[in-house]
Design a protein around this ligand. Structure first.
Ligand code: NAD
Length: 476
C-alpha cells in the first residue's frame, strides 16, 4: 500500500522511516506493507484537525448525526471486505469478525441518536440566589488524539470516533501497526460521505508515531486504549501538558462459578470468556474461581470443552478459535507456558504452541494455581485460563478483588440474589451475571484500579468528549 494515511481529506504516502509489515497470522507471513507516517505528518494531521474544528463544532448536531448514520450505513455496505480483512489480519473466526462489524455499526447509530438529542441537553440552571440566571452548554473538548490497539480495531476505533464526532470534536486516529488496514475504511467512508476535510485524520505507525501524537501540544485531549506500560507513558505526556486523558488498559478478570450452577452452562460461559478472539481480550475472564462443591464435576468437562475447540485458519477451515494475531503475542504466550512449567503448575489442557505454520497455541487450563504465580496475577492476553477453588462467597469476592486490575467480572449462580450481591461487591467496571460477555452500546465500558481512567460507550462515552460551560448573567 502506498497511500495509507488520511490527512486533511487526502490520502498520502507515509514519509516516516518505519516500514510496517501486515501479517496473516494463520500463515505467519506478511501480505502487505506500508510506510509509517513521519513526525511532521503527525503535525500536519493535528494542524488539519485544528483548522477543521471551528466549522465542525458549529454544525448543527443533526448534521453531525447524519454523517454518523452515513458511517453506519457504509460500514454495512463494506461488510464482506471488512469481515475478510479481520479474518486475514487478526485471525478472527468469521462469526467474531461479523459481530465486531455489527458492534461498530451499532455504535455509529447510537451516537447519531445521542447527537440528535444534544440541543435539549443545554438547559437553564435554577439558582437559589435572586438576580441571576444561568444556563449550561455542552461543548466539544476540541482536537482529540485517538490511539488504539490491534485486538478489536474496528470496534475500539468506533467507540472513540463516533462519540468524538457526535460531540463536535475533530480527531487524529492512530491505529495499531499490527492491524493498520481495517481502519482505512473509516477514511474511505469519510471521503465517500464528503465529511469536511480535517475532521477525521488517520496516521499509521509504530510507537514513534503514537508518541508523536500523544506528546503533541496541539491536542486538547487524548483517548488511549492499550497496554498499561504504554498507558503510563501516555498519561505522563498528558500530565506534562495538564490535559485530560481517557485510558482503557489491561485486565486480569475473574469468573466466579458457584455450586448451584448447571455445569454445562457454566462451561460454555467460561470457555467463551477465554477463547473469544483467542483470549486476546482486555476483558478475558482468565481467572476462574470455582466453588468446592462443583469443581470436581466442572473441571474435567471444562478440559474436554477446551480440547474440543476447533483451532485453525479462519479463511480456510471451520474454526472456533483462530491464531494469535502477532508473532510477538505468540512468543509472549509461549513464555508464560515456560513459566508455568518452571513453576510446576498443574496443566489440565493445552500448555503449548501448535505444531503447524502460523501463530497458534492450544486453549490452556491450569488448576490450583497459587495466588502469587505470575500466571494468576499478570495479563497474558491469550487463551490461557487459571483456576482456583473457593469455599465461601466472601472468599470468592476477596480473591476476585485481589488484583491490581479491575476491568470486568462474570458471576455464575442460580441464586440471583447472591449473584447480584456479588456483582455489587466486585471492584470492576462491568459485571455479567449468567452470561457470555455481551456488550451493549447503551452500557458503559472501562475499568477501576489499574484498568484505566474514564468510561466509553453509553452517555458516558459522549461526555468523555464534552466540556461543560455555564453562562451566568446578572439581571441587575
Ligand atoms: P500497546 O499499548 O502496545 O499499543 C497500543 C497502541 O499504542 C498502538 O497503536 C501502539 O502503536 C501505540 N503505542 C506504542 N507505543 C507508544 C508510545 N510510546 N506512545 C504512544 N503510543 C504508543 O497495546 P497492544 O499490544 O496494541 O494491545 C493490547 C493491550 O491493550 C492489552 O493490555 C489489552 O488489555 C489492552 N486493551 C484494553 C482495552 C480496554 O478497553 N480496556 C481494550 C483492548 C485492549
Amino acid at each position: 500500500m502506498t497511500t495509507s494515511h488520511y490527512i486533511a481529506g487526502h490520502w498520502v504516502e507515509g514519509q516516516g522511516s518505519d516500514c510496517i509489515s501486515v501479517n496473516d497470522p494463520a500463515l505467519g507471513q506478511p501480505f502487505a506493507e506500508l510506510m509509517a507516517a513521519s513526525v511532521s505528518q503527525v503535525d500536519q494531521a493535528v494542524a488539519a484537525a485544528r483548522s477543521a474544528l471551528p466549522a465542525w463544532k458549529s454544525t448543527c448536531a443533526s448534521e453531525r448525526a447524519a454523517f454518523l448514520r452515513g458511517f453506519a450505513e457504509q460500514l454495512g455496505q463494506r461488510r464482506e471486505a471488512l469481515v475478510t480483512v479481520q479474518m486475514r489480519n487478526n485471525g478472527k473466526p468469521r462469526h467474531e469478525a461479523e459481530i465486531d462489524l455489527d458492534d461498530a455499526i451499532a455504535t455509529f447509530g447510537y451516537y447519531a441518536d445521542l447527537a440528535e438529542q444534544l440541543p435539549s441537553k443545554n438547559r437553564t440552571v435554577p439558582l437559589a440566589a435572586p438576580g441571576f440566571t444561568a444556563r449550561t452548554r455542552l461543548e466539544p473538548v476540541g482536537v482529540v488524539g485517538l490511539i488504539v490497539p490491534w485486538n478489536f480495531p474496528l470496534v475500539t476505533s468506533a467507540w472513540k470516533l463516533a462519540p468524538a464526532l457526535a460531540a463536535g470534536c475533530t480527531v487524529v486516529l492512530k491505529p495499531s501497526e499490527v492491524t493498520p488496514l481495517i481502519e482505512q475504511a473509516y477514511g474511505q467512508i469519510a471521503d465517500a460521505l464528503g465529511l469536511p476535510a480535517g475532521v477525521l485524520n488517520i496516521v499509521n505507525g509504530k510507537a514513534e508515531t503514537g508518541a508523536a501524537l500523544s506528546n503533541h501540544n496541539g491536542l486538547d485531549k487524548l483517548s488511549f486504549t492499550g497496554s498499561n506500560s504504554v498507558g503510563s507513558q501516555v498519561m505522563r505526556s498528558a500530565s506534562a501538558q495538564c490535559r485530560p486523558v481517557t485510558l482503557e488498559l489491561g485486565g486480569k478478570s475473574a469468573i466466579v462459578v458457584f455450586d448451584d450452577c448447571d455445569v454445562d452452562q457454566a462451561v460454555e460461559w467460561i470457555v467463551a470468556g477465554i477463547s473469544w478472539n483467542a483470549g486476546q481480550m482486555c476483558s478475558a475472564t482468565s481467572r476462574l474461581l470455582v466453588q468446592d462443591g462443583i469443581a470436581d464435576a466442572l473441571l474435567p468437562r471444562l478440559q474436554a470443552a477446551l480440547e474440543n475447540l476447533r483451532v485453525g485458519n479462519p479463511l480456510t477451515e471451520e474454526v472456533d478459535m483462530g491464531p494469535l494475531t502477532s508473532q510477538a503475542q505468540w512468543l509472549k504466550v509461549a513464555s508464560y507456558f515456560a513459566t508455568a512449567r518452571e513453576e510446576g503448575l498443574q496443566c489440565l489442557a493445552g500448555g503449548h504452541a501448535l505444531d503447524r505454520e502460523g501463530w497458534f497455541v492450544s486453549p490452556t487450563l491450569y488448576t490450583d494455581v497459587p495466588k502469587d504465580s505470575r500466571l494468576w496475577t499478570e495479563e497474558i492476553f491469550g487463551p490461557v485460563l487459571c483456576a482456583r477453588r473457593f469455599a465461601t462467597e466472601e472468599q470468592a469476592i476477596a480473591e476476585a478483588n485481589d488484583s491490581r486490575f479491575g476491568l470486568v467480572a462474570t458471576v455464575c449462580s442460580a441464586d440471583l440474589e447472591r449473584a447480584e450481591r456479588v456483582a455489587d461487591a466486585l471492584e470492576v467496571g462491568h459485571v455479567w451475571i449468567n452470561s457470555v460477555q455481551a456488550v451493549f452500546v447503551e452500557t458503559s465500558w472501562g475499568g477501576t484500579k489499574g484498568s484505566g481512567i474514564g468510561r466509553e460507550l453509553g452517555p458516558w462515552g459522549l461526555s468523555a468528549y464534552q466540556s461543560v460551560k455555564h453562562v451566568t448573567r446578572c439581571l441587575g
